[in-house]
Design a protein around this ligand. Structure first.
Ligand code: CA
Length: 484
């Protein structure tokens, strides 16, 4: 009897400990890379890239075959995912890189950023008791008022802008503040090593400090965005490649190593079963810039073919999702906010006006419907309406094109004229959606529309892409060219 009483007292004490309640909430780690090719991971079918850690993550989790971003370029894509909605709804339609913008824009330079009335994933998770950290590329505004620590994050080590060197700057004083590595607010501190490795180490140190409370880490690697900085020992692993393709392979290897270090730490601490891991990428590979490969998707970063919009997308959550699940309906990165909020015990009805949906019931099979009947994308006159598996692309310089993605993932067989009624209906649907959007807060110079269209046409067919890729393969002829 005495033993039983002791046991009851013990159980009561344990159940009242705040940490035991908190620990029920899953930790969340979002591994996000930059400008990677759709095809450039082992789990996406690459025979060139070496990505054992991410391949393992894919086997242990859910692989989405139609994971989308909300835009084909860095800044708007990040604005959509971090707010859980179409970023055009608050005027974040264009990239926000100073120097590329029209002088007629409402905001320019450091004033281009995520409007302060928009709530972020971190704002919402904070309400649920999460400790939040962001490491790496921010790209949601350079001015102090847009700083991560003012957008729901408790810790930051990274840079405010869109791209920077992977190595410490030697001439630190000459570098603009948005490119400097910054610890929390205003403490500029260059990385002691290769940035991809350093960012993972920062995340690991945060995990160690927060292993007893629920945490969210947004680990936004700048890999594999330009500049093409790679470590010699990583380059050596790809003796058959040359040029930028060799560099992107080495940068991807470093990215995989960094992700692996984080995943191993969770296992070591025994918290991997209660941690949700997401891996994705912010926009399609810009083949011309970093020799990334999107096949079988056509197109690249900054255009609306699948190669610009569809990205690798994995979620591992051992407690909820069966290992090795493949999920085939389209999802978007703006679904992560409601998914994380629901996973953390929040009621998605509390979310203010989001477009994303909680993916949990769809992935665990309790809801067999599509998460989204419609998806939309837009930049200036160019826009896309996806209705089930039909995809309408509207252009500024040519008639609209219509593809049946269930049969034509490479978008080679334009059915717009054969399916005229469907084309007309989808035009209307797209227009209805556009009417609900805000005008852009800033605009690219018009000339860059031509750049995006030219880039799309350059990588419009698999034949064009394969031809370009040949130049990165070591052969006698290529070796001679390089020596010369
Ligand atoms: Ca990007």
């Amino acid at each position: 009897m005495e033993k039983l009483r002791c046991l009851i007292v013990f159980l009561l004490v344990v159940s009242c400990l705040p940490t035991s309640v908190a620990q029920q909430k899953p930790n969340i780690i979002f591994l996000f890379c930059d400008d990677a090719g759709y095809a450039d991971f082992g789990f996406q079918g690459s025979k060139v890239m070496i990505t054992p850690n991410l391949d393992k993550l894919s086997r242990e989790g859910v692989k989405f075959t139609q994971g989308y971003v909300t835009d084909a370029t860095c800044g708007p894509s990040r604005a959509g995912l971090i707010t859980g909605k179409y970023q055009q709804r608050f005027g974040y339609q264009e990239i926000n890189v100073p120097g590329y913008m029209s002088e007629n824009s409402k905001y320019l330079g450091d004033d281009m950023g995520l409007p302060l009335d928009q709530k972020t994933i971190a704002d919402y998770l904070k309400k649920l008791g999460y400790k939040n950290a962001v490491y790496g590329k921010w790209h949601l505004g350079n001015a102090d008022r847009f700083h991560p620590l003012k957008r729901g994050f408790d810790e930051f080590y990274g840079f405010r802008g869109g791209a920077r060197s992977y190595f410490p700057y030697k001439n630190f004083n000459g570098v603009h503040h948005d490119n400097k590595m910054e610890r929390n607010f205003g403490n500029f501190e260059e990385p002691k090593g290769y940035a991809t490795d350093v960012l993972a180490d920062e995340a690991i140190s945060f995990i160690e400090k927060n292993k007893n409370n629920p945490f969210f880490i947004y680990l936004a690697f700048n890999a594999v965005h330009t500049p093409m900085d790679a470590l010699d020992e990583d380059l050596e692993k790809f003796p058959n490649l040359i040029g930028k393709r060799k560099e992107v392979a080495a940068m991807t290897l470093a990215l995989d190593r960094a992700c692996g270090k984080v995943l191993d730490k969770l296992k070591e601490l025994g918290i991997d079963d209660n941690t949700i891991i997401v891996f994705s990428n912010d926009n399609g590979g810009p083949t011309d810039k970093n020799a990334s490969l999107n096949l079988p998707l056509s197109g690249t970063k900054s255009n609306h073919l699948e190669g610009g919009l569809r990205v690798p997308y994995l979620i591992k959550w051992p407690k909820k999702f069966k290992a090795g699940t493949v999920y085939n309906y389209p999802v978007s990165t703006f679904d992560l906010l409601p998914t994380f909020y629901a996973a953390g015990g929040g009621d998605v009805k509390d979310l203010e006006d989001v477009d994303g949906v909680n993916l949990i019931p769809f992935v665990d099979g309790s809801n067999e419907a599509r998460p989204h009947k419609y998806l939309f994308w837009k930049k200036e006159a160019r826009a896309v309406c996806r209705d089930n598996d039909w995809k309408l692309i509207r252009f500024a310089d040519r008639p609209a094109e219509l593809y049946d993605l269930s049969k034509d993932i490479t978008e080679q067989n334009n059915l717009a004229f054969q399916e005229l009624e469907r084309t007309k209906e989808m035009f209307k649907k797209l227009f209805d959606w556009e009417l609900t959007q805000e005008r852009p807060l800033w605009m690219l110079k018009q000339q860059f529309e031509k750049y995006d269209i030219d880039r799309m046409d350059r990588y419009r067919t698999p034949e064009l892409v394969k031809k370009e890729m040949e130049k990165y393969q070591k052969s006698e002829q290529n070796t001679t060219t390089i020596k010369n």
